[in-house]
Every structure is written in structure tokens, then in C-alpha cells.
Design a protein around this ligand. Structure first.
Ligand SMILES: [Zn+2]
Ligand SMILES: [Zn+2]
Length: 375
């Protein structure tokens, strides 16, 4: 949409002061920002228009050029960079979409909150802590104490970084916007103000407690519930226990990473636990009822006659709780058939095995050999 008058777009008079233009721009940009008008294509157009208008009359040098008719034609394209595509620092005349918080961030006085150091409303950072728990605790669930080092708003200066009795002054260089333009005319770019580092304010006498940071390091302890059935590496979210937000922003979350000690008996297999169970060769041949460990103690299970090594015998639903609280996994017993070494057997045992050999004479490889010859 071609635009001819940036003053009209911003709704200000031709002789408006820099401050009035800035104020009008911020008000409109906030109103029409795409974040505030999701899915509204008209708002997006309008927002671009507002930015383009401000790109011209918000910059004293370009405003002068426009007023004298120099930039008028270019602006009428709806693209202030269109005329100089080859050298366009923004790549093909794209319109920059400033973050809404960037627009809001630069404007200390927009909310009437002058004198506050950081008007940028920001959610606090998420924090991470890890805990180590025993295997039994992972099965039954537990509660742990987690120490979390984090930054907290300084009590002495309430976060503005200024010594008691003083308050931060609006930065004279950027007039509180935190940004400054570098470069010439239409090739100027915005960058954080050199004098205030983008904060928009200057603290003459820093708060003695936080040295002007506005925040202090503090270690907090939290009790965190670990649910039954938790697995190695699980991340448990503790809402709101991360770092404090800035200027009234919501606090971040705390994520507790759980490390579970290994059990010498139970091995995790997804939602189930597996136990390697040795049986003797005769138990495997004849079948047997054997005692195996469970999470609560022990139980008898039946090993059928002719059980092969690697066979799994299941106790359904007797494993750990599912992470989502939807019942329990299984206990799985993997049968391991112990094969004794004849040289380590007592004479009586060895004699018995040799007797067995004289009666177990069927060749188990007969099929194997005949099939390989056929193919
Ligand atoms: Zn302080
Ligand atoms: Zn500044």
C-alpha cells in the first residue's frame, strides 16, 4: 500500500517535536504489533506502514530530507529501502519486525514509570538442578531437597541498582530508549546505547549490596516431590521456582533432573523391570517352581519343563508405576540356564552327567546337516 505522508500515518502535525513523534510511534506500534494482532493481515500492513513512517520522520536527518521533498518519492513506494536495493543492508527491502518487548522495552515513560531502571517486562530464566536418588526411592517415589543457586531481585535497591536515597536517571544519550542509531541517513542501524548499555538509565551511585546489578546471588532450598516410577534422566518441572522475572515478569521454572542409582537385581526396560534368573540344567529340563525377587519381597514362579535359555517369564503389572500414572509395568524374569564345567564337578555329579550322555544319544544336528547339503 503506497503511503505518501508519514506524518499522517503517525497522526502527528508536520511541526511535531521529536518526542511527540517518538511517543506517537510507540503508541501505534504497540497497538498494531503482530504479536497483539495474531492472524490479522491488515494489522501487519498497518504495522509496517507505521514503522516505515517512523523510519523517515523518526530520524532527524531523514525527516529534513523528507520535508524538503528528497525522500518523498521513495517513501511513496511503501519501501524506504527500495531505491537502493543493491546496497540494502536489510536484504531486499524487508521490513524488520521488532519484538514487541523491544518496542516496550525502550519506553520507560510509556507506562508513567519514570525513574525505574528496567521497564522491560521479562519472564525469569528457567533453572536446572539435578538430584541423585536410590533405586528403591525411584520405585516408591520420594521427596528430595534441592539447593538452587539463583539470581534474586536485590532487597536494598528493589532491583533498580541505585544506592538508597538515589534513583536512576534517564540516559541523556538515548533519552531512555536504550537504542541509538549508527551510520548515515538511510543506512543507519539501531544498536544498544553505548552510554547506558541499552538499559535506558544511568545509575550514578550504585547500590552497595548488588553493585548496581539490581540482583544478588542466593541459594534457595526446595522440597521437590519425585513421583513413583521415575526413570533415570527424568525432568521434573517445578513451576515458578526459577529466576525472578524483571519488572514484574513471571518467574521462570525450575527443572529437576533425576538420576536413579542402578539396582544390582532389577534392570529398566522401558516401563518394565527385568531380572536375570539362573536355573540349573535339571530345573530347565524338568521344570520347577522357584523363588524370585519382587519389588515388595519375593514370589514363587513356575519354570516350565523344557525352558530354553533367554525365556521370559512375566509377572504382569508387578513392575514400577508408569510415569503417567496409568498403572504399572511388568516384572520380567529372563531365564539363564547354568551350564556347569565338568572339570569343576564333584565325581558323583560328573558320573551322573556321563550316565545322562549315554542315554541322550539322539543327534540334535541331524536336520541341520541334511538341510545344508540339500541347499
Ligand atoms: Zn541493589
Ligand atoms: Zn542510553
Amino acid at each position: 500500500m503506497p503511503v505518501s505522508d508519514p506524518y499522517k500515518v503517525l497522526g502527528v502535525a508536520k511541526n511535531a517535536s521529536e518526542g511527540e513523534i517518538k511517543k506517537a510511534y510507540r503508541k501505534l506500534a504497540r497497538e498494531w504489533h503482530p504479536d497483539q494482532n495474531a492472524g490479522n493481515a491488515d494489522a501487519e500492513e498497518k504495522f509496517k506502514e507505521i514503522q516505515e513512517a517512523y523510519d523517515v520522520v523518526g530520524d532527524p536527518k531523514r525527516r529534513k530530507e523528507f520535508d524538503s521533498g528528497g525522500l518523498g518519492g521513495m517513501f511513496a513506494n511503501g519501501n524506504p529501502f527500495g531505491a537502493a536495493k543493491g546496497a540494502n543492508p536489510f536484504g531486499g527491502g524487508g521490513v524488520r519486525f521488532e519484538n514487541l518487548s523491544d518496542i516496550l522495552g525502550g519506553v520507560g515513560n510509556m507506562f508513567g514509570g519514570s525513574g525505574r531502571s528496567r521497564t522491560r517486562v521479562e519472564r525469569g530464566r528457567d533453572l536446572e538442578a539435578s538430584v541423585a536418588i536410590g533405586f528403591d526411592q525411584s520405585i516408591k517415589g520420594t521427596e528430595v531437597s534441592v539447593s538452587v543457586p539463583r539470581r534474586e531481585t536485590c532487597d536494598t535497591c528493589h532491583g533498580n541498582g541505585a544506592a538508597p536515597g538515589t534513583s536512576p536517571e534517564t540516559c541523556p544519550r538515548c533519552e531512555g530508549s536504550g537504542m541509538e542509531s549508527v551510520g548515515q541517513g538511510m543506512f543507519s542501524i539501531s544498536q544498544p546505547c553505548q552510554q547506558c548499555g541499552g538499559r535506558g538509565v544511568i545509575v550514578e551511585k550504585p547500590c552497595p549490596r548488588c553493585k548496581g546489578d539490581g540482583s544478588v546471588a542466593r541459594t534457595r532450598k526446595f522440597r521437590v516431590k519425585i513421583p513413583a516410577g521415575v526413570r533415570e534422566g527424568a525432568r521434573i518441572r517445578v513451576a515458578g521456582k526459577g529466576e525472578a522475572g524483571e519488572s514484574g515478569g513471571a518467574p521462570g521454572d525450575l527443572y529437576v533432573i533425576v538420576h536413579v542409582a542402578e539396582s544390582p537385581v532389577f534392570t529398566r526396560r522401558g516401563d518394565n523391570l527385568e531380572v536375570a534368573v539362573p536355573v540349573t540344567i535339571t530345573e530347565a529340563i524338568l521344570g520347577a517352581t522357584i523363588e524370585v525377587p519382587t519389588l515388595e519381597g519375593s514370589k514363587q514362579i513356575k519354570v516350565p519343563a523344557g525352558t530354553k535359555p533367554g525365556t521370559i517369564i512375566r509377572l504382569k503389572g508387578e513392575g514400577p508405576a508408569h510415569a503417567k500414572g496409568t498403572g504399572n509395568g511388568d516384572l520380567r524374569y529372563r531365564i539363564d540356564v547354568l551350564v556347569p564345567n565338568a572339570n569343576e564337578l564333584a565325581k558323583e555329579q560328573r558320573d551322573a552327567v556321563e550316565d545322562l550322555a549315554t542315554v541322550l544319544t539322539e543327534n540334535p544336528r541331524a536336520d541341520l546337516l541334511s538341510q545344508s547339503r540339500r541347499s
